[in-house]
Design a binder for this molecule. Structure first.
Ligand code: NAD
Length: 295
């Protein structure tokens, strides 16, 4: 069996997988590969899949598979897997990092100190305690984040179109979530329904001064509307790890220069521990395919 590692994974992964066959990183050898391992950088388009004439399995190290044309892969008999559960803790901690840093003014405080500017009076912090946090989507990552938010004494509510119950959140309608939340934490996949879900109209139904954190997908928020809401103060702050593209179009993305926008470069899943977990799950998936005689 030949395995192409197409994106950045744990450095120990090639050694782990060597017992299954030849493992290589040379992308020019795509036509030989039985298995391709990708994260978000490699785009598995129709052309890519057509070029992989031996391919049986694509494994996405991570959750979102929007960089893979899964429908076309299936038509061509290529299975697509992700490592869904591996990343939950890493991304939940990233969401909490933003949720804590923003109202605590960590970044403005740091920047002002670098400028030798003592902003003790101006930088008033806001507590998370007893604030309501609304989760958009209450799947794996949101659930881990909700547990952590509850530990801070936050009231946790959630809206999920496909989930009616949660042990960690009071389930509410979309409308209620918008009107009740002091913080909104977004954990949605990018679909036709969620594309641009947070826009001028939905933000208009939120509390004035709401803080929004997005570690789901960038396109679930209309960036132009968000920049306007930040400028007007309707949204007090937006913390985002996710973008229309990786990296964003620096000249066109309106968030780069928007006020009160805290930004990270899609590093939610990028912990050392998570890369190890992803490697372990990939090993299990390949092993299962071998046992079932599919590889
Ligand atoms: P999940 O599938 O467990 O949870 C997603 C939830 O969203 C589900 O419960 C689903 O029912 C809900 N949902 C789907 N469509 C909806 C809609 N229209 N309205 C309301 N709810 C809807 O996935 P997860 O593992 O929790 O991951 C969530 C998202 O986080 C992923 O889809 C991915 O885009 C993103 N992610 C980001 C990073 C990062 O580095 N920032 C890393 C991993 C995953």
């Amino acid at each position: 069996m030949k395995i192409l590692i197409s994106d950045a994974f744990d450095p120990a992964l090639p050694e782990k997988l060597a017992r299954f066959g030849e493992v290589f990183t040379d992308k020019d050898r795509l036509p030989e590969a039985d298995v391709v391992l990708v994260r978000s950088k490699t785009k598995c388009t129709k052309e890519y899949i057509d070029g992989a004439t031996n391919l049986k399995l694509i494994i996405r190290g991570g959750v979102g598979i929007d960089n893979i044309d899964s429908e076309y892969a299936r038509q061509k008999g290529v299975a697509v897997h992700n490592t869904a559960s591996a990343s939950s803790i890493a991304v939940a901690e990233c969401a909490m990092a933003l949720m804590i840093a923003i109202p605590a003014n960590v970044i403005p405080g740091h920047i002002s100190m670098k400028q030798r500017d003592w902003q003790k009076k101006a930088l008033k912090r806001t507590e998370l305690y007893r604030k309501t946090v609304g989760f958009l989507g209450i799947g794996r990552i949101a659930t881990e984040t909700a547990k952590r938010a509850a530990a801070f004494g936050m009231k946790v509510i959630a809206y999920d179109k496909y989930v009616d119950e949660s042990d960690h959140a009071e389930m509410v309608t979309f409308d209620e979530l918008l009107s009740r939340s002091d913080f909104i934490s977004m954990h949605l996949p990018l679909t036709k329904e969620t594309d641009g879900m947070i826009n001028k109209e939905s933000m208009g139904r939120m509390k004035d001064g709401v803080i929004i954190v997005n570690t789901g997908r960038g396109k679930c928020v209309n960036e132009v509307d968000m920049a306007a809401a930040l400028a007007s103060g309707k949204v007090r702050a937006y913390g985002t790890d996710v973008w229309y593209s990786d990296p964003p179009n620096w000249d066109e993305c309106p968030l780069i220069d928007a006020p009160n926008c805290t930004m990270t470069p899609h590093i939610g899943a990028s912990t050392k521990e998570n890369l190890l977990r992803i490697g372990d799950v990939i090993e299990e998936i390949v092993e299962e395919y071998v046992k079932e005689g599919k590889l």
